[in-house]
Design a protein. Structure first.
Lengths: 268, 409
């Protein structure tokens, strides 16, 4: 007898990248896919799904449920349900660290601070204001000003030997400050670390951190040194789940599984 | 899944449009009919002005119209360029921008423009900006700008506070008589105060129908229905209108008609409306089957302290009792009572960038009330009129996430 696999999909269409995770009934990750969200969110979701199904050796018919999240959550026509990225990052993070926690998610366009109690219920949350400070967009702008690839930032910051402070949270003002630092002969490594510290300060002024500190998101995934700085600043370790950039999509997949278990109707 | 519910219109709305149309038509004809026009802040001495025979015009109402018509964001920069900072009241900057450009939604109602003031009368009970706003026009037109300076952060409305308000109101009579060309008839003032009180009590009763579960009206309905309470208090037209609206609401309550079909959660809106996005927000809450049942804002036109037997002192008491000029303790107590009365599940605070006086999330109030009431809160960053300060996407996600949180609890 052929065993039919039942799988569940979470798709997180973020401002910069579209992430997709397939899980099985045991909540194990079967496959992941990621690509630029681009301008056609539905196409990005579709391509991710095809890629992940292929990688897992599954047929589309084995998909038993799906939930979309992220800015493009309304643009995934085949999703059975949708949840905000705040719910999904909380869900995904709690799966890995079952305790009261504060999840700090740093994405391309926004940052979130999410408080969960010891049962994983959200008690409060906060998103950044309409401002790029404390987000991936801030670091992208800084990389551009310094004529660096965004992927170079983490390595450079790690090599910093001196504290250079950027006083402003404002991306535009920080870029101006950077020009002044360059004129003053500061090293690029130290300026980049200063930019990292600026992100950390902005995040930590958004809200308090209670319980365990868990960090997720693309900026966290690609910049472990920034995570270290957060931990140092708070005087406690910052926990990072596996595949931090996929935590939102993973949380969405967990919601998809729960929806299927409850027998919920598709939302559209 | 069933289709998203639609907003239920009120039968009385047609009557409201008539009443408001008549009000604006009278304002438009004012000068040619030899009537004098007084500009008045929303909680300024409208009763006194009406009793003196002025046509009373409320620029805050006009500014809200600029916001709702989504004209404000294009007009604000004109005022900014003349030295009014983008960080100050966007009612002020959009209204002055409208004047500078010569564009107003009133033109669609057949008026040539905003009615020129013969006198401008402010009350600083709301903020200092109203005075700065009126003084601009006083300089432009060479007309008097008079007003009342009300203390702010008032705890209990005590005798000295009433005394200082009443004295200032009495001192306005003589200069206003000079502009009006008529003497104040005290009996007429009592009559206007009585009508104003009646309007206020009816408006309060209208808003209190939302204490029913499900609620027959939403905050978004309230922002439309409040028009007569804002511009026509002290008139019979406003009283008649709210009697009709109240009857309709009572009928909704009796029949269990919900403003939000399938109402799951009830939210309190603290702070200014986001005028240019009311429709979108109303629709989002409908889709989330969540009713914004009450607000501080709509209740700001409930002047139950008015008393025709003691007009000046009762006006002073009423104008000094409004939420915006009260202390944090008083504000906190007020919201606690509202949350209990309207059986609220959570509180949404609108942090309006250009309106610090009416953004009550900035001194830890949400955290204190969460502690005391055990109700979650959400802060939405935005503005009353300047949509450059508002993020549609962030707000949409924040509200959706807040309702998810209520569902989880």
């Amino acid at each position: 007898m052929i065993q039919v696999m039942r799988c569940f999909c979470g798709v997180d269409i973020g401002a910069s990248t579209a992430k997709l995770v397939l899980i099985n009934e045991s909540r194990e990750t079967l496959a992941k896919a990621i690509r630029r969200s681009g301008v056609d969110y539905a196409a990005a979701a579709e391509q991710n799904l095809a890629e992940a199904l292929s990688a897992a050796g599954l047929a589309r018919g084995e998909l038993r449920g799906s939930v979309s999240t992220g800015y493009g959550r309304d643009n995934v026509p085949w999703a059975d349900g949708r949840m905000t990225e705040i719910a999904c990052h909380g869900k995904g993070a709690f799966f890995h660290f079952r305790r009261a926690m504060t999840v700090v998610d740093i994405g391309a366009q926004d940052s979130k601070v999410i408080h969960l109690d010891d049962a994983g219920r959200r008690t409060s949350f906060k998103m950044n204001r309409k401002c790029a400070a404390g987000t991936g967009a801030f670091l992208e702008e800084i990389a551009l000003r310094l004529n660096l690839a965004i992927s170079d930032l983490n390595g450079l910051a790690e090599r910093s030997t001196k504290d250079v402070t950027l006083g402003s949270f404002c991306t535009v003002f920080s870029a101006t400050e950077i020009l002044a630092k360059i004129r003053a002969g500061e090293r690029v490594e130290d300026i980049v670390k200063g930019a990292f510290r600026s992100v950390v300060k902005r995040i930590l002024e958004m809200d308090t951190v209670d319980g365990a500190l868990v960090m997720t998101g693309g900026v966290v995934a690609h910049n472990p040194f920034l995570v270290k700085l957060v931990g140092e600043t708070l005087g406690r370790p910052a926990l990072v789940p596996p595949a931090p950039q996929f935590v939102g999509a993973f949380g969405a997949a967990l919601f998809a599984l729960e929806r299927a278990e409850r027998g919920d109707e598709p939302c559209s | 899944m069933p289709p998203a519910p639609e907003r239920r219109e009120f039968q009385s709305t047609g009557k409201m449009r008539e009443v408001m149309g008549k009000y604006f038509a009278e304002l438009g004809r004012g000068a040619q009919e030899g009537k004098k026009t007084a500009w008045c802040t929303s909680v300024g001495p409208a009763e006194l002005l009406r009793a003196l025979g002025f046509n009373v015009y409320f620029p805050e109402n006009h500014a809200a119209m600029l916001g709702a018509a989504r004209m404000a964001t294009d007009l604000i920069p004109l005022a900014n360029a003349r030295g009014f900072s983008p960080d100050i009241c966007s009612y002020l900057t959009s209204d002055i921008g409208s004047y500078l450009k010569g564009e107003t939604p009133l033109q669609k109602m057949g008026l040539k423009g905003v009615p020129k003031a013969d006198v401008l009368v402010f009350n600083t009970n709301q903020c200092r900006d109203v005075k700065d706003w009126f003084q601009f026009y006083a300089r432009e037109w060479g007309v008097p700008c008079l007003g009342i300076h009300t203390p702010r952060a008032i705890g209990d409305v005590t005798e000295p506070i009433i005394e200082v308000g009443a004295k200032q109101l009495e001192a306005l009579v003589e200069p206003l008589e000079a502009v009006a060309g008529a003497k104040l008839d005290l009996d007429r003032l009592r009559e206007v105060v009585a009508l104003s009180r009646q309007c206020a009590l009816l408006w309060k009763a209208v808003l209190e129908t939302a204490a029913s579960v499900p609620s027959p009206l939403t905050f978004f309905d309230g922002t439309i229905q409040m028009g007569p309470a804002v511009v026509l208090r002290g008139s019979q037209d406003a009283v008649d209108y709210y009697q009709a609206l109240l009857a309709e609401l009572k009928e909704r309550v009796a029949k269990g008609v919900a403003a939000v079909e399938g109402e799951r959660f009830r939210i309190y809106w603290e702070g200014m409306p986001i005028w240019g996005r009311l429709k979108n927000l109303s629709q989002q809450f409908l889709e989330l089957r969540t009713c914004v049942v009450a607000s501080t804002y709509c209740n700001s036109w409930v002047f139950d302290a008015l008393d025709p037997s003691d007009p000046f002192r009762s006006m002073a008491r009423a104008y000094s009792s409004i939420f915006i000029c009260r202390s944090e303790d008083q504000k906190e107590q007020y919201i606690r009572e509202m949350v209990a009365k309207f059986r609220v599940d959570g509180i949404l605070y609108h942090d309006a960038k250009t309106c610090p006086n009416n953004s009550n999330n900035r001194y830890q109030m949400p955290q204190r009330l969460r502690e005391k009431l055990g109700k979650p809160f959400l802060v939405v960053n935005g503005d009353l009129n300047d949509l450059r300060l508002y993020s549609e996407e962030q707000t949409r996600t924040n509200i959706e996430a807040f309702v998810e949180q209520l569902a989880e609890a």
